[in-house]
Write a protein that binds this ligand. Structure first.
Ligand SMILES: *[C@@H]1O[C@H](CO)[C@@H](O)[C@H](O)[C@H]1NC(C)=O
Ligand SMILES: *[C@@H]1O[C@H](CO)[C@@H](O)[C@H](O)[C@H]1NC(C)=O
Ligand SMILES: *[C@@H]1O[C@H](CO)[C@@H](O)[C@H](O)[C@H]1NC(C)=O
Ligand SMILES: *[C@@H]1O[C@H](CO)[C@@H](O)[C@H](O)[C@H]1NC(C)=O
Ligand SMILES: *[C@@H]1O[C@H](CO)[C@@H](O)[C@H](O)[C@H]1NC(C)=O
Length: 563
């Protein structure tokens, strides 16, 4: 869910219907095995699976409301806020080093990690690092990298993803040379297929004139995909507006806008070709080094992307399926081979998943839990159902294309994406207290908001054969717990409502015996007002057992201007 990016205020949690693919059948690593497995983690930017997580969530295993890094830029987020919250000496790469791993990173780490603040302090936890830094992070043809403790260096005229690839191969070589002493964890985070972002002339003081445009491909790929268009799904530029809040007010796009969006889509596909080559380059090198069978290769993206669905201009920051459903592909020792699953996970689960794969102790305060990756583990989970992910977002929405490059205020909402054998639902509450519910079995495109205040939705509406009020009461109670959960209560939210442990899913909670409990006794989720960050007064009633979930309260996030 979650949603990250450049100069936008985005945060959230990338929910995902994730899938695992694998090859070898070697047993999972033993904790004290002499040959600890390695990891190569490839993290793309804005890649959807249909067509934001924040990276702090990804690297801490905590939901945004528990890190209070709820944006990609200050004052509510970005690298300065990550530092101010005290995470730099207590997060994933640091834990890996403490467990004996060499850690390498190249590409984008955080937004608002810049040519000015890269050394105040340096990101903790890396044996070797070469980060893309703002304001040139998304300049495909003028990327600027900051290596270890060196000064930033510009790669004007070179193609960003190719530079990342060369750096990744270099770190892989370093890692292999030290493999007798230590296993490694290498993260490779190219910007593709993110939009290109050009900044103004800094020497003229144009620090805030960032312009988003379609991604740029490597020259060798610019002829590909001629004539390809955004899939014309039911929700593509529909005749009637859909969604809620500002989305519901969007005008239908005219032909030149649609043509531009098709071009934008092709540029994304072209930009992904260099990423494809990077993946192949990594795999073939792992093979040459003879370590492919003892290395997990994990591929994902920080959030999805929409182009034209619900009449939206290119961008993310929404809770709809295009934005929150991201790819997750895993191969390595013991991973189920050629196996795809629809169990629901989120990026909050990735840090725990990596630790479990490597036999490293999980942390009590993780909000996420390990994703099963073996065939038996996945099958068992499919039986017990791992069915929901929470989505949280604060701040503004940004349109990244050439049209209507507007910032939309009040894009603050919370949501639940729930998918099981019986139910396939998306439920959201916006900061203006508009609600959405989509029954995605009947309505995969999320075209018909069953909670719209319109006469077409009547009291008789059924969701999966049940009265809508009955289903909504359960979803709302679950969201109410999730919005301020912490640790165990995030991992086992139904237990907060049913301490006896007899309810573990929506299906269980729908038992008629609980009608009174859910329909009359629970406090409903509501906002007091729309805020751009996790402001307590805006958040409405909170689940009482937990109070506020803000373990990190160090003050002083400082946003340094780039110049
Ligand atoms: C989160 O941080 C913001 C400043 O970035 C602060 O105003 C807010 O009170 C914090 N929220 C909580 C719940 O501590
Ligand atoms: C490229 O980036 C460098 C900073 O790394 C900057 O000094 C230079 O002006 C940029 N070039 C262009 C054409 O924007
Ligand atoms: C099409 O829509 C875009 C975006 O709203 C607008 O800028 C443009 O002027 C429109 N073009 C025509 C021909 O109406
Ligand atoms: C993977 O599974 C799919 C469908 O189950 C099958 O069609 C395909 O042949 C399999 N591929 C391999 C390499 O086993
Ligand atoms: C739905 O039904 C309830 C009572 O069953 C009634 O109070 C309410 O006005 C109805 N709402 C609509 C929109 O018909």
């Amino acid at each position: 869910m979650t949603l990250a990016k450049s100069f936008i205020s985005a945060i959230g949690l990338s929910a995902g219907l994730h899938f695992a693919l694998g090859q070898s059948q070697v047993p999972l690593a033993q904790k004290d095995s002499p040959q600890q497995p390695n990891v190569v983690f490839i993290l793309t930017d804005d890649q959807d699976v249909r067509l934001d997580s924040l990276r702090v969530t990804l690297w801490t295993g905590k939901t945004p409301h528990n890190t209070n890094v709820t944006d990609v830029n200050p004052p509510y987020g970005g690298y300065p806020k990550f530092i101010a919250q005290g995470f730099n000496d207590d997060y994933f790469p640091v834990w890996l080093q403490q467990s004996g791993y060499n850690t390498y990173y190249t590409g984008k780490l955080f937004n608002a990690h810049t040519i000015k603040n890269y050394n105040s302090p340096y990101p903790g936890g890396f044996t070797g690092s070469d980060f893309l830094v703002d304001p040139y992070t998304y300049a495909y043809l003028n990327s600027t990298f900051q290596h270890n403790k060196d000064e930033p260096r510009s790669y004007e005229g070179e193609y960003s993803t190719d530079v990342v690839a060369e750096k990744a191969y270099g770190f892989l070589g370093d890692a292999v040379r030290d493999l007798e002493n230590k296993p490694f964890f290498l993260t490779v985070a190219p910007i593709g297929p993110h939009s290109n972002v050009a900044v103004g002339d800094l020497s003229l003081g144009q620090t805030h004139s960032a312009v988003f445009s379609e991604p740029i491909s490597a020259k060798r790929h610019q002829h590909l995909f001629e004539g390809v268009k955004v899939p014309r799904t039911e929700n593509f530029n529909p005749d009637h507006s859909t969604g809620a809040n500002w989305v519901l007010g969007l005008p239908q796009q005219n032909q030149s806008n649609v043509d531009y969006n098709d071009h934008f889509y092709r540029q994304r596909l072209r930009a992904l070709q260099a990423v494809d080559e990077l993946v192949e380059g990594l795999i073939s090198r792992l093979e040459e080094y003879g370590i492919l069978d003892n290395t997990y290769v994990v591929y994902s993206s920080d959030n999805g992307f929409h182009i034209g669905q619900h009449r939206l201009q290119p961008g993310k920051t929404c809770g709809y399926e295009e934005d929150i459903n991201v790819p997750l592909i895993i191969r390595g020792p013991g991973i189920a081979s050629n196996y795809t699953t629809n169990i629901v996970t989120s990026h909050t689960d990735l840090a725990p998943t990596f630790l479990e794969l490597l036999g490293i102790q999980l942390r009590e305060d993780f909000d996420g839990k390990p994703i099963p990756v073996t065939k038996a583990g996945i099958e068992a989970t499919e039986q017990t159902r791992r069915e929901h992910a929470s989505v949280e977002y604060w701040g503004i929405a940004v349109s990244e294309g050439a049209h209507q490059p507007l910032y939309r205020q009040h894009n603050t909402y919370k949501a639940i994406r729930l998918s099981s054998a019986e139910y396939n639902l998306y439920y959201s509450v916006w900061c203006n207290n508009e609600h959405e519910l989509y029954d995605m079995t009947a309505d995969p495109g999320q075209m018909h908001n069953l909670l719209a205040p319109s006469p077409s939705v009547s009291n008789g509406t059924l969701v999966a054969g049940l009265p809508i009020e009955k289903v909504v009461a359960r979803l709302d109670a679950l969201l109410f717990v999730l919005k301020s959960c912490r640790g165990l209560s995030c991992r086992e939210p139904w237990k907060q409502l049913h301490p006896a442990g007899d309810v573990n899913s929506l299906a269980d909670a729908l038992d008629d015996g609980f009608n009174g409990f859910y329909e009359n006794e629970q406090t409903r989720v509501r906002y007091e007002f729309c805020a751009d960050g996790y402001i307590v007064d805006a958040e409405g009633p909170m689940w009482e057992t937990h109070g506020l979930a803000t373990p990190y309260s160090r003050d002083g996030a400082i946003w340094e201007e780039w110049v």
